[in-house]
Design a protein. Sequence first.
Lengths: 263, 506, 256
Amino acid sequence: MRPLLALVRKEITVLFGSPMAYLSLTLVVLVTALIFFDHLRLYNQILFLYASSTLGGFETGTVPDYINLRDSVFFPVMDTLGITLIGVVPLVTMRVFAEERARGTDEFLVTTHLSAGQIVLAKFAVTYFFVALMMAASFVYPAMAIHQGGIGAENLLAIFLGLLLHAIALASIGLACSAFASSQLVAAVAGWAVGFVLWDFGWASPFLGQTANRFLDAISLHLRYGSFAEGIVSLANLAYFVGLALVAAAVARFSFDWRRVAG
Amino acid sequence: MRGLGAGGLIAIAFGMGSYYATDHFGLFSGVNALLGGLALAVATAHALSRLRGASAPPFRGILLRGLLGIAAALLLAAALERAAHHSGVQFDWSFEKKFALSEATLAALADLPCPLTASLYYEDFDPRSRSTRLLLRTMAQTGDLHFDERRLDDHPDEENRYAIGTSNTIVFRCGDEFQTVERPTEGAIYEALYRFRSLESRTLYVSRGAGEGDLERTDALGFSGLSQALVTEGYRLRELVTASVSEIPEEADAVVVIAPARPLPGEAIDALHRYLERGGRLVAFVEPGRESGIEDLLARWGIRSKSAVLIDPASGPVDGGAPGVNPIAFHYATSHPATRGLDSSRMTFFRGARSFELRKPRPGDKLSGVVFASPRSWLDPDIAVLSSKVAPERPPEAAEDYHPIAVAATYPREGKQARIVAFGDSDFASNRHLRTLYNLDLVLNSIHWALEREPDITLRPKTSVATMQFPLPLANTLRMFQGLGLLLPELLLIAAAILWLRRRSA
Amino acid sequence: MDVISARRTATEAEAHRSGVRIAAKGLTRRFGRHTALDRLDLEIEPGEAFGLLGANGAGKTTFIRLLTGYLVPSAGDLTVDGLSPAREFKAVRQRIGFVAETLRLYPDLRVRSFLRFAAGARNLAGAPLRSAIDEALARFELVDLADRLIGHLSKGLQQRVSLAQAFLADPPLVIVDEPTIGLDPVQQEEVRAVLRGLRGRRTLVVCTHDLGEARDLTDRVAILYRGRLVALGPTSEVLGAGDALPLFRGDEGARR
């Protein structure tokens, strides 16, 4: 346990001792806020246009019910964020294992009392913590705006949970890629590739049968993430994200064995 | 080889990225995905070839243990997910609780006469279909429902067959019948499912000819909504033309009178009285300021009402009226079937109501209030208060009490049991207010009770959802954006700069 | 420099010898078609200062990596005190202090933080951890540099930090891979002085391609050429008798 805690402490010190962590946080918070603000501004414009055409005598009737805060602002933002995070999170995870390997400090780690499993556990835990911090910081502005719109605290919590789990899933994928990659760049690109492939399998549905499509739906990040945005917190989706983290950790752990064998 | 692998990953990333950006899996996406996959496969095969010549047992043992670890993790992940999926446990934290199916919907699903198929017809880019999809999935988990999704563009013939007018429409099929639901809320779906049920039809005779509420009128003041709801609940509606009625038809399971504006013919009132005497059922809506004869009939049966306006100060000004003139009721007879499920959180709304005093005509008759105004309510004899905006003042002689707004009564007659339900207001059942709060449930459940259809008494899921259509004022949005959206990144960048400068000098 | 004197008489050295025994038999490691180590037979006695020499690509670093358990042998056996680094790597790691070839440290950590991490990673805690860090800082003259970022130190100082972490848990086996590579002459002498002082109380394995360094620091040496052992014996014999360069080149007839 002591070696594990020592590694966790070291990881946190290195992470927050470097300006890169703050730059990553800044990037994510800024991008989220800009996306959200832009959608909100557009929504206000559309409402204004509808209102003024009604008042101006055009027989357009009342504003259509799908022009509302949730469908016009909130869900598009969540969808955009879902894909944006696929691009951003691997930039955070790419250095976690790959940098150790590039620097050669992985050999140093191997000569301590740390087992491969402990190394994986520590790095995953610290990365998850950082990603959670990133999501919390980037969610502050949308949460305030949406709460003003009267969505309720429970619904907000469900949405944040979905965002957090999605980011953690991407971090898990990124970490597994970083564990196998020989450089940070390859780790990032692999994280993007795997993330994009897992996000949505709609492109494959015309070519596959019903069973295969159902299987792909079950492993698709988009569908799992989407239901949280609607306010549904299902045990199956929670289990999916936990399972994905487990598999990614197992893959990262295997990378140590692979290195010992393949060199 | 590593370059090949990296190139393959880049190709896959761009191929998939293009698909998500354009929602179109075309040549660019396909070629990139294919070539990227091939490149990755070749690079992987080369990496595996580096294991050639390895024969030492620890070598194989190590790899095998690692791969078994991954396999075990995969199995555990799959098992966890499947177990959770089969458990069906989910929490509906949505604002409208639109994914927590009501007991009424669950009962309707369980009570279907045939396997149910639901097809969601949608267009790409329609954001509403997401919620509908989730709702159908939730229903599929709890009931015997098979559902699929169909793009409207791909099924033009079905668009005509099922009269589909817009995207995000569900077509339910049960045997040879189908129901099309264009605004799929749980309430609308529930009503569609209800129509599949084979219900023993009961016949309601609805009075007409004396300015009663019009079941065919579709504007806000009409009662077409009540008509549709009654048909959905399995009632046949017939007209009872009061000008020419001498006897209520034998087939009438109940008579409904909706606040006649003009006096009913004496013959019609007598016919109603004789109908009740032989065990008939009457559902009557009255209004303050109207004396159509139905009020006298009710009085003969122990349900007296003065032509006074019920004022409930606890309700405050509602729907543009003076304070207390339009009462919101949340006191109910706790054990009466007609108001089962209604409580202080499930309110009903009335627009200008009169109240009742009960005095049973004969021993054995049972008369009870079922919906009450608050204990601060009182009766104002001045009908003009209905159109005033000024809060009425209670005269000292007007007593405060739990004044009943709706009553239900049973009368043993000729070996049968006559039943009367009387409401002190009719507007609450009009198109404008029928689906407000729990008005619909009160009306339908009361009628079910009158016809001894107590198993059908339920609280129905809502057909409307809060749309959050109000804009956030730009000034507010701007303040929040600058205060939170920009300030936080600014502080983070300052922290990064300070850290970097400190490190440089460390 | 406060050098710990390690000059003992042979009798004293024998009496105080500790450390681990290393035995390699038919040790082979391949990477695809390339054989980095080819049937290496070797034994290192406890307390010995052993040098592993060879040109670049001879297999020195591969042997070190097999010793630490970082790699697994393709064939043959390797034991450390009877324990296999491939299978019983936990037990083997508890016996090892390792100084890597290049300066593989964390440039974003301060010296004391890094040593605290290295000590914690070796399961030290509380008072033993604190005293190990203080002793390491004192022994390697890093006290004044304890709060400096490692990335801001010179190569020589970073190598001292690297050495310091290797000795934190007082391991019976210390492996040093190319200890003076990239250092200027002054820094080289400083590092060698430290290593000289550590001889005798533990097994020391030094990988180098510097003959002078090998003569200075080791009791016995082995020379590798393209993964094969071409010379093994006391340092004075292997490197003292004539030109050792043919051994590095793998010349036929030059084996010892």
